[in-house]
Write a protein that binds this ligand. Structure first.
Ligand code: MHF
Ligand code: KIV
Ligand code: MG
Length: 288
């Protein structure tokens, strides 16, 4: 069966038809396959992979090479969803030429359909240049983890009217620059709604309330596979970490007690071959 690939135009159309957009993260082939099978619209290969699957303390140390490595794996599993690759810190902040070259590498070498970058109106010229080069760009405003240090940590943004106004203006600038969609992270729900009402392109919320055009979550968070910290906006739909730990423990117990492997999980050999082998075999330690 052939599956029709979701396109950027389908993402834009969804907002016009008031259809909510579903986005989740994936960092490897099995999670790419599962997201595809679950029928999501977009898969984000987030730079959160630095924290979630590489054990780093922030997303700042993530490199373009790491992103390309993981994007390639996810793309192999995703036949239908739009695959968005996060641009790492300092791969688009140093100038328009660098940004275009690096976005191009994520697309050409990684194989993703679009890129995402963090930043507001200051980055509108960068977004515009990448879009003009033919690469769809998703914006990201509100809590921007790559610059969390400057924001005072992984904290909610847009608390007072002036800060909220700035985020609305940022989203508008990105939409005008040609972003096909904008991620809004960790802002008050009423602000999320105002942002969604302010731009024609879909606003994808993560901790931005329900009145936006779609939602994104880190898959490892929603299945309880990552729990070093659990942001307020995460809902754990299942908890597979204890299940995995229990399986590994049981395996260990069965190895120690020689319950595993059984003959079912072992390979046999013909009696003739075994006899011939034994006659010429000179073991150091004779058992049985
Ligand atoms: N596993 C994971 N999930 C994410 O959503 C995520 C990452 N990693 N890494 C990159 C960024 C970092 N993000 C984070 C990380 C922590 C909080 C957090 O703990 N926030 C607290 C404090 C809120 C406040 O003080 O305003 C919370 O209770 O939500 C939020 C977003 C979102 N992104
Ligand atoms: C949290 C999402 C939006 C993200 O940027 C990431 O996973 O890196
Ligand atoms: Mg990110």
């Amino acid at each position: 069966m052939t599956v029709s690939k979701v396109g950027i135009l389908d993402i834009l159309q969804a907002k016009k038809e008031s259809r909510k957009l579903i986005m989740v993260t994936a960092y490897d082939y099995p999670f790419g396959l599962m997201a595809d099978e679950a029928g999501v619209d977009m898969v984000l290969v987030g730079d959160s992979l630095g924290m979630v699957v590489l054990g780093l303390d922030s997303t700042v140390q993530v490199t373009l090479e790491m992103m390309i490595h993981h994007i390639k794996a996810v793309v192999r599993g995703c036949k239908r969803p739009v695959v968005v690759g996060d641009m790492p810190f300092m791969t688009y902040n140093t100038g328009i030429r660098d940004a275009i070259i690096n976005a191009g590498r994520l697309m050409k070498e990684g194989g993703c359909d679009a890129v995402k970058l963090e930043g507001g109106s200051n980055f509108a010229p960068v977004v515009e240049a990448i879009v003009k080069a033919g690469i769809p760009v998703q914006g990201h405003v509100g809590l921007t983890p790559q610059t969390a240090g400057a924001l005072g940590g992984f904290k909610m943004q847009g608390k007072d009217a002036a800060a909220a106004r700035k985020i609305i203006d940022d989203a508008k600038a990105l939409a005008t620059a040609g972003a096909f969609s904008i991620v809004v992270e960790a802002v008050p729900a009423p602000l999320g709604r105002l942002i969604a009402e302010s731009v024609a392109v879909p606003v994808i919320g993560i901790g931005a309330g329900v009145d936006v055009d779609g939602q994104v979550l880190v898959t490892h968070d929603m299945v309880g596979l990552f729990d070093r910290f659990v942001p307020k906006f995460v809902k754990q739909y299942t908890s597979i970490r204890p299940t995995i730990i229990e399986a590994i423990k049981t395996y260990g117990d069965e190895v120690r007690s020689s319950e595993f492997p059984t003959s079912y999980h072992s390979f046999g050999m013909s009696d003739d071959a075994l006899e011939e082998l034994k006659s010429s075999y000179c073991g150091v330690r004779r058992t049985k």
